[in-house]
Design a protein around this ligand. Sequence first.
Ligand SMILES: [Zn+2]
Length: 59
Amino acid sequence: MALEFRCQDVGVACKDVAKAETAEELVAAVAAHAKAKHGVELNQTLIDYAVTKVRPGRG
Ligand SMILES: [Zn+2]
């Protein structure tokens, strides 16, 4: 099942949605996006928080 993460779900005014097949890939995609688009380097606390906001993709 695909997974997805929305910046909006963590209170960021951003319409981007990261999608991946595994949690590891998704974390990597979110980390890359956060750095590239938001200038934020994800630390373990932020990753742990982001993981709680991951939801199943809608196909
Ligand atoms: Zn974003």
